[in-house]
Design a protein around this ligand. Structure first.
Ligand code: PHE
Length: 513
């Protein structure tokens, strides 16, 4: 709605009017406005924004330099500068031995600095440690310094050379503050001079006004409220949306009773692949897909390494329903010790299964992590070589596929996705396995946002676990891209990301479709 001049005047608050009057004849700094009118700084900022939105004022900015005393400066202001202190001593004891100065309440550095200044100004001479006040010394130039310190404390200007010296000595600090200069524009002048400007307005409705409206208040003028103000946006520091999303996901996982796992980016091939029963010649292990580090060999728990090797080579036989013949291939322990950038956080999950769950088999556990993984992948609109994975596992009694689907649905629902679907898929370490898909309006197709399943008995047998563990791993950036309505996952990071989106995205990030 376009407001006419009458509406604008009636929409102004008392503060707005005070400010307009104050700048009527002369432009003013923002701090002058709050100081002279005795107004709260925030109230002034709000008023200024409103006045800009009604196009009544012009705002320029100016950097102002100010000098303030540091803690040391404030101490010298009350106790005196070392150079002045030394002169006072010398006026009583001339000459004086340098060693005698050690009794003064000054540090060695301060004494030396003071002596340096006095020498440079030809006020003293030193010979063999004997300090002597010169006869015609210009002591006034030194006592001037105390005056300068006092001027600074009152924010009054002093000589440039002294400022520079005081800054170097840590007595004074230079600060640059940006101030706004506010002035009335032509339309603003018209408003201030309008006869309605001083009209009395009622800005609060009281029971009395309502009751006696017909008899007493029918004539009053109410303040106008602008319901669609065009307030200029201010840009301020905030968390990047990836960080916001991570926090949001962490609080969802915690609300569902999960505990966060801690982990490292670099892992042994063993935790990334072998415990999960990836074949040692599995293509995922290939240098094409995995980033290996040339940093020596990892330390592994020997008992686990040998039982994993056994299951791998010859399988196991627990009972007539639970058995495996293994891969019937040789297991190479050296391959297990290779160090790589983990390709999935399931490496971390298995560390927790071994370190925590296998040692507390009667308890129940729910763990999660939101952390980075690395794949030797070519960038495209749905792939990044380094991305965040949201991993979750549940250990308990009688866990089934329906439980897995339930947890996943609840998680996505809490994130604002009420339309996800499952597709049967294959993983070397889960059976059955389900891919999770969400619909991207931007790409106009279903995209994979995660993978899940029930860990195969082969992966748990060597740790002595015979209960089901359900687990999943979701791709954070893909979910975020859908939530933000991005068609390309690369727009989340770096030079591709939209500045405006970065500035305007706030928690919680909701699904946009
Ligand atoms: N690690 C799998 C991936 O990177 C995700 C997953 C985790 C699948 C746990 C099943 C169980 O895609």
């Amino acid at each position: 709605m376009e407001l006419n001049i009458k509406d604008i005047i009636r929409a102004l608050t008392e503060t707005d009017k005070k400010i307009l009057k104050f700048i009527e004849n002369e432009k003013k700094y923002d701090f002058e406005i709050s100081d002279s009118l005795n107004l709260d700084k925030v109230a002034v900022v709000n008023s200024i924004r409103r006045l800009i939105s009604y196009n009544l004022i012009n705002v320029d900015s100016e950097a102002k330099v100010s000098y303030t005393l540091t803690e040391l400066g404030r101490r010298y202001l009350t106790e005196g500068l070392p150079e002045v202190f030394l002169i006072k001593i010398l006026l009583q004891n001339n000459p004086i031995n340098y060693n005698e100065l050690s009794n003064l309440p000054l540090s060695k550095e301060e004494i030396n600095a003071g002596i340096g200044i006095l020498k440079r100004n030809s006020i003293i001479t030193i010979n063999n440690g004997i300090i002597k006040l010169e006869e015609n010394a210009d002591i006034g130039s030194i006592s001037e310094r105390e005056g300068a310190l006092q001027s600074l404390s009152r924010e009054e200007p002093i000589k440039d050379e002294l400022i520079n010296e005081f800054i170097k000595r840590g007595i004074v600090e230079k600060q640059e503050v940006i101030h706004q200069i506010i002035s009335l524009n032509e339309f603003g002048k018209e408003v201030v001079n309008n006869s309605l400007f001083n009209e009395a307005l009622i800005d609060k409705l009281t029971p009395e006004i309502i009751r006696d409206f017909k008899s007493k208040y029918y004539n009053v003028q109410f303040k106008t409220y602008d319901l669609n103000p065009n307030i200029p946006r201010s840009i301020f520091g905030k968390k990047n949306f990836v960080k916001q999303f991570i926090n949001q996901i962490k609080s969802i996982m915690i609300s569902m009773g999960f505990q966060e796992m801690q982990s490292n980016y670099a892992e042994a091939s063993f935790w990334n692949f072998d415990v999960l029963m990836f074949k040692q010649d599995h293509p995922d292990r290939d240098i094409q897909d995995t980033v290996y580090l040339d940093v020596g060999q990892a330390n592994l728990p020997n008992d686990l390494l040998s039982s994993v090797k056994k299951v791998y080579e010859t399988g196991f036989n627990r009972d007539k329903y639970h058995f495996s013949v293994g891969f019937n291939k040789k297991f190479d322990e050296n391959k297990s010790k290779e160090i790589l950038m983990r390709g999935h956080t399931t490496a971390t999950t298995f560390r927790y299964i071994y370190n925590v769950i296998s040692k507390n088999k009667d308890k129940q556990f729910k763990f999660f992590s939101v952390s980075k993984v690395f794949r030797n992948e070519t960038l495209d609109n749905t792939h990044l070589p380094e991305f965040y994975q949201i991993e979750g596992i549940v250990y308990g009694d009688n866990l089934k596929l329906a439980d897995l689907m339930g947890y996943i649905k609840v998680f996505y629902y809490k994130l604002g996705f009420n339309n996800i679907r499952f597709k049967p898929t294959y993983n070397p370490y889960t059976e059955p396995s389900l891919e999770i898909q969400a619909f991207s309006n931007k790409l106009n197709r279903w995209i994979e946002v995660g993978n899940s399943g029930i860990f195969r008995p082969e992966t748990l047998y060597s740790m002595g676990i015979d209960k089901n563990i359900i687990a999943w791993g979701f791709g954070l950036e893909r979910i975020l891209a859908i939530s933000l309505g991005l068609s390309d996952i690369r727009q989340i990071y770096g030079a591709f990301s939209d500045l405006d989106l970065l500035r305007t995205t706030h928690e919680p990030i909701n699904w946009v479709i």
